[in-house]
Each structure stands twice: as structure tokens, then as C-alpha cells.
Design a protein around this ligand. Structure first.
Ligand code: SAH
Length: 216
């Protein structure tokens, strides 16, 4: 991996970390993880020079690699602890999954686009991210076979609360999901116990939509 990751990339990454910090991220473990993941390898080659700008970019199939700041906000809200079992909905480029793995999480990530699932599977195994397991499927269904999870992270905009996922959360667990149609309100749900959930919101973001079923 490091043969494709130079001091120049590392320098650009440090500046990205400073920018994300300036925008309000304070969890040093999140900032360290962003500083370690070689984002340029998660993007199409034509965009490599832009890899360390704090912007979302196209990754094919009409999808995007999320803006680093949005990745940082979601990761910080998730309060990831080493050893956490984390379900991610929307693998996309695999960048967010790599950030979670760098924080010590066991990541189970679901993607509905076959080509992205295949491309990202190859990338993450070449980068030796062994703590990330990828699945082709509809994230609305979660992964019942691996539930319950400590944390659930939805990286696509859901029009309504995906309540099918809430039942896959452990008591005490957290789910972070951007909720809304044209733009989304970052929302965190805590499962207090078997029956009770608590909800908080954290500002507006723009994500690609969470869609039902596996793409044709
Ligand atoms: N976490 C990604 C962000 C990708 S954008 C990254 O770091 O690059 C959101 C992704 O969610 C897209 O790849 C999209 O295809 C996927 N997606 C949308 N709805 C989904 C669903 N119901 N199940 C699984 N993946 C979904």
C-alpha cells in the first residue's frame, strides 16, 4: 500500500486533517484515522489531484465518495470504540469503511451496486483492511445474520427513519443516519433498551439517496 502513498500524499492529508479540525471535529482518534487513510487510492485516477480537498467526488454508478468532513462528523457521532461491531449501509468507495477500521471497529458494510461492491472488495483486500467485510445487498434489510451491532452508520440519505435497522442495534447502541429528501438532517438514534429510542439532530448535509433493493 505504502508504495502508492507518498510523503506528498501524507502532507496533503495533514492539511485535510487541519481543515476538518477547523470545521469543528475534535475527536483526535477520528482526525488520526483521516490522517492515515490514503483517500487518493479510493478515487478514480482522474481525480487523484483533488483527493485531499474537502469535497465529495464521483466514483461511478452515479455515486460519490463522501466529503471528508461529512465522514468525520458521522464517525465522531458514532463514538466508535475498538472492537465495536459496526454495520455500514452504503460501502461506495470503501473510504468510510477504512476510516472505521482504522479506529479499530469490525466493519460489516453493505452496498446495493454490484460494480462498486466488486471494485471496492478488490481495493480493500489489496490495502489489507482485514477488519472490513463487504456484502452485496439492500441496506434497508441490514445484516440479520450478524446482528445485533454496537453501531450502525447509514451513508446515504434516507427519506424516512429506516426502522428495520433499529432492531439490529444492541441496547445502548447508536445509529447515525442522514434523514430527508433533497437535503438531510444528520440524526443520531440511541437504543436505550429493548423498547425505547432517543433521537438527536446535528445539522444539514447532502448525501446521495438511500434506494431500495439491489441495483439492476
Ligand atoms: N460510504 C461511502 C459513501 C458512498 S455514497 C464512501 O465512503 O465512499 C452512498 C452509497 O450508498 C452509494 O454507493 C449507494 O449505492 C449506496 N446505497 C444507497 N442505498 C443503499 C441501500 N439501500 N443499500 C446499500 N447501499 C445503498
Amino acid at each position: 500500500m505504502m508504495s502508492n502513498d507518498s510523503f506528498r500524499h501524507k502532507g496533503l492529508r495533514n492539511r485535510l486533517v487541519q481543515e476538518v479540525r477547523r470545521k469543528g471535529i475534535t475527536d483526535e482518534r477520528v482526525l488520526d484515522a483521516i490522517g492515515r487513510v490514503p483517500r487518493h487510492l479510493f478515487m478514480d485516477s482522474s481525480f487523484v489531484k483533488l483527493a485531499y480537498k474537502d469535497q465529495a467526488f464521483p466514483i461511478g454508478q452515479g455515486q460519490t465518495i463522501s466529503q471528508p468532513y461529512a465522514v468525520a462528523v458521522q464517525t465522531e457521532l458514532l463514538q466508535v470504540q475498538p472492537g465495536d461491531q459496526v454495520l455500514e449501509v452504503g460501502t461506495g468507495s470503501g473510504y468510510q469503511a477504512a476510516v472505521l477500521a482504522e479506529m479499530g471497529a469490525d466493519v460489516f458494510s453493505v452496498e446495493r451496486q454490484k460494480r462498486l461492491y466488486e471494485k471496492t472488495s478488490r481495493l480493500l483486500s489489496s490495502l489489507k483492511y482485514k477488519k472490513v467485510r463487504l456484502f452485496l445487498g439492500d441496506g434497508y434489510e441490514g445484516l440479520p445474520a450478524f446482528a445485533p451491532f454496537d453501531k450502525i452508520l447509514v451513508t446515504a440519505g434516507a427519506e424516512e427513519m429506516p426502522s428495520s435497522l433499529l432492531v439490529q442495534l444492541k441496547p445502548g447502541g447508536l445509529m447515525v443516519v442522514p434523514l430527508g429528501k433533497s437535503d438531510q438532517t444528520m440524526t443520531r438514534v440511541k437504543r436505550i433498551n429493548e423498547d425505547d429510542f432517543e433521537q438527536e439532530t446535528f445539522g444539514q448535509f447532502a448525501f446521495v439517496p438511500m434506494l431500495k433493493g439491489i441495483a439492476k
